[in-house]
Design a protein around this ligand. Sequence first.
Ligand SMILES: C=CC1=C(C)c2cc3[nH]c(cc4nc(cc5[nH]c(cc1n2)c(C)c5CCC(=O)O)C(CCC(=O)O)=C4C)c(C)c3C=C
Ligand code: FE2
Length: 433
Amino acid sequence: MSSEPTNDESTELTPEVSRRRALGIAGLGAAAIGGLAYVGREAVASADSEKASALAAGGLAPRGLPIAFHGPHQAGIATPVQDRLHFTTFDVKTENRGELISLLQAWTRAAERMCSGLDAVEGGAFPRIPEYPPGDTGEAVGLPASRLTLTIGFGPTLFRKGGKDRFGLTGRKPEALEDLPKFRGDTLDPLRSGGDIAVQACSDDPQVAVHAIRNLARIGFGTVSVRWSQLGFGKTSSTTPEEQTPRNLFGFKDGTNNPAVDDTATLDQHIWVGAEDEPEWLRGGSYLVARRIRMLIEIWDRTSLVEQERIIGRDKAEGAPAGLRFERDPVDPAKQPPDSHVLLAMPETNDGATILRRGYSFVDGSDGLGRLDAGLFFLAYQRDPRTGFIPVQQKLARADVLNEYIRHTGSGVYACPPGVTGPDRWWGDTLFA
Ligand SMILES: C=CC1=C(C)c2cc3[nH]c(cc4nc(cc5[nH]c(cc1n2)c(C)c5CCC(=O)O)C(CCC(=O)O)=C4C)c(C)c3C=C
Ligand SMILES: [Fe+2]
């Protein structure tokens, strides 16, 4: 294993840790130097560590600095939520298991590099032989790592598609990894659903997130093709309660009652696939549910403030639960309107079902009918979707008044393997072992 810190440590960001991490980056860069572009990105990353140290001293997760790629769990789940998202799913085009494995290995090496603020591959954007196409597309040259995380997940169709065992993986499919049931009111677009492999790229710089996905797609050319993709801005959930809670496009604070990165007891009980869970290859991993949810903001904007607050179950200014004063006051079910979103979704009314939300707002232009195609790209991690997202959404789909203002238009479920623990390991190696 490398001497880099793992992403398990990345939540405790002291100036000392920041310095250690900066040294780790410098070491990796020096070993990999083969083109000018490395020097450029590396230098920016190191300079940024100064700024990061100052921020860390103030107790905030440093921006610009890398979030460690290696660790027992993948980064991008229980790590601080960045500002921007580029989520993409891929369909695997090859039928050859060896080619799929080679791709996952190449992707892992590229992901390690990009999350450290380096180009995707050695040789980078400016290869020594200019007659060759560059190995990196170049748009992130000069940009710091910007807390880039890349998180991979495998969809049910990777294991079996059209009754066919494609890569000898059918017997390895987790029982919990089934297509989500159709929920009441679903208006899903098949072109925005499913996918054999999903990659969630999060970063504080949209260009860094887009660069990462683009370069993975480029490396995968001929082996995988992009199925669907979603850009997101403005995180709608936080995993760091010491930071200001972000607001969604309905104007409400979102993510108040989300598990925090340092709440290891909750994460172990509800988010990570546990040491006794099956299948063994997924232990330390998690399940991701993605839902593209259109928000009918024009209708919402004509709804009174009182009604908006009644629907959510929290007040809009402070974010306090109904009948209470402060955002962090524990929700009192007795004071909640009987059909409020919060009352219907909270663990206490769902047999303890707890999910880690990591969603983003989106505006994908307009719909041709004078309305913005805007919404919330809902991402939620959990130990098992059968006891996490599915029962909560079944209840919300039946009773949530919020349904008058939202439409679910895209969907996917993915098994996210454990983290890559060192430079000799790769994304999904436990699945193919
Ligand atoms: C099935 C899970 C959920 C979906 C889908 C969902 C969509 C959705 N939510 C909001 C806005 C808010 N949600 C809030 C809380 C909240 N939501 C869920 C689950 C889903 N939301 C949970 C588990 C919780 C936490 C409940 C609790 O424990 O108190 C809030 C309140 C602030 C907060 O705690 O995060 C808001 C606001 C929208 C707009 C939306 C679809 C577009
Ligand atoms: Fe919600």
